[in-house]
Design a binder for this molecule. Structure first.
Ligand SMILES: Nc1nc2c(ncn2[C@@H]2O[C@H](COP(=O)(O)OP(=O)(O)OP(=O)(O)O)[C@@H](O)[C@H]2O)c(=O)[nH]1
Ligand SMILES: [Mg+2]
Length: 386
């Protein structure tokens, strides 16, 4: 059931801050005539997108790396537009990552290029619109060249003053660590140096399979700011452990919000207060787990799992229907609920959904709303609250 102790610890923190509770209670009250589609939209929008800048000499494998790590063949089929003379932003509808691809590095005018990039990063930091902030940079150096130019180490050092920079050694097809050690030594401003092969490499005596991408995402997940973690997990396709960590975070956040609601003197009636938190949580987990997050899809999924259809489908009815499936929780609907119970029920529901998605994926069935709803029901019935 995840880290209940952490949740309870968080509950204590949240309950200290009257303001936060006030806001949540207000939101929950407003949820009486609850619009499920709005909740789902809000949850998805809150995940936002990770903004990653990518730099390095032409031909080192920047586009290949992007396409190998992220869903959606972004570097090939994404829509790009020029942000500055040397920077283009690529994005694709539904993919929670924006790539800032840069060029012009090899022209010998790297000082000018890095100044321009730093200025743009700074401008975004000060713009007040957090969704435009650059969260981190990958600087690519080809491992097969075995040469680190002064311009490269200088560029990395300068860029690091504005944003965390990870050095990616691309096209790595040997086990020799000599070049890695040189780069590590010369580029101390970088947060790490990671050797990768993004795409299988054919040699006369066989094929070298890709490697290093999982490690790159592990490290990247650690250093992007919290606001970008769920988006990064949702956008990448090479690291399942990160997906799980992002799901844990979504569930912990929802459980904390649920606890804050349970901590107010408002009587807990009909689960209406928890509905926005729980339905939002399910939408967010879906996004992080890369399943269809179309509003209609999620609405069908949760209402069908809850056994609520058509005219009776309100957020209140859905949350109530879902909670009632958890054997020990059925009785609290209509009664009163404590902060701790609210958080435990919410995290139980979150993990039931996570496990349901995993099971449907592993079974090879379609990830249809109906299959997910059935599996979710089964998992809720098995959920234990202690
Ligand atoms: N086998 C293999 N080939 C790679 C790898 N990375 C890059 N390449 C090849 O190297 C060439 C250049 O790769 P790109 O990804 O286009 O390089 P880039 O850095 O985006 O280049 P520019 O957009 O010109 O700056 C292509 O032919 C790729 O197929 C890799 O990991 N494995
Ligand atoms: Mg390219």
């Amino acid at each position: 059931m995840g880290n209940i102790l952490d949740i309870i610890r968080n509950v204590k923190d949240v309950t200290k801050t009257g303001g936060a509770i006030g806001n949540l209670t207000e939101a929950a009250k407003n949820a009486k005539g609850l619009n499920i589609k709005q909740i789902i939209d809000d949850a998805i929008e809150k995940i936002g997108h990770a903004n990653i800048l990518i730099a390095g000499k032409t031909g080192v494998g920047k586009s290949t790396l992007i396409n190998a790590v992220f869903k959606g063949n972004l570097a090939e089929t994404g829509v790009g537009y020029s942000v500055t003379q040397h920077m283009k932003e690529y994005s694709k509808s539904g993919e929670p990552v924006h790539i800032f691809d840069t060029k012009g590095f090899e022209l010998g005018n790297y000082k000018e290029v890095v100044k321009e990039l730093k200025g743009e990063i700074e401008r975004r930091k000060n713009s007040g619109d957090a969704s435009t902030h650059i969260h981190l940079a990958w600087f690519c150096i080809s491992n097969d060249g075995k040469r680190l130019e002064h311009a490269e180490s200088e560029f990395i050092e300068e860029l690091s003053k504005e944003v965390p920079v990870v050095v990616v050694l691309t096209k790595t097809v040997d086990t020799n660590m000599e070049f890695y050690n040189i780069v590590k030594n010369e580029c101390r401003a970088a947060t790490n140096v990671i050797r990768v092969l993004a795409q299988a490499y054919e040699t006369p005596i066989g094929t070298i399979p890709p490697f290093g991408l999982e490690e790159l995402i592990d490290h990247t997940y650690e250093i992007v700011p919290d606001v970008a973690k769920a988006a990064l997990a949702a956008a990448q396709k090479v690291n399942d452990k990160i997906t799980k960590r992002a799901v844990d975070k979504v569930i912990a956040t929802a459980a904390t919000a649920a606890a804050a609601i349970g901590a107010t003197p408002v009587p807990f009636s009909d689960a209406v207060l928890l509905a926005p938190v729980q339905i939002g949580m399910i939408a967010s987990i879906s996004k992080v787990m890369k399943i269809d997050t179309d509003k209609t899809f999620i609405t069908t999924l949760v209402s069908s799992a809850a056994g609520v259809l058509g005219a009776t489908m309100t957020g209140r009815a859905v949350a109530r229907g879902l909670i009632k499936l958890i054997p020990e929780a059925g009785t609290i609907v209509g009664g009163t609920i404590s902060a701790v119970t609210a958080s435990i029920v919410t995290s139980g529901m979150g993990y039931a959904y996570y496990n349901a998605v995993k099971l449907v994926m592993a079974s090879g069935q379609d990830l249809s709303a109906q299959n997910l709803a059935d599996a979710f029901r089964e998992q809720l019935k098995k959920t234990k609250l202690k």
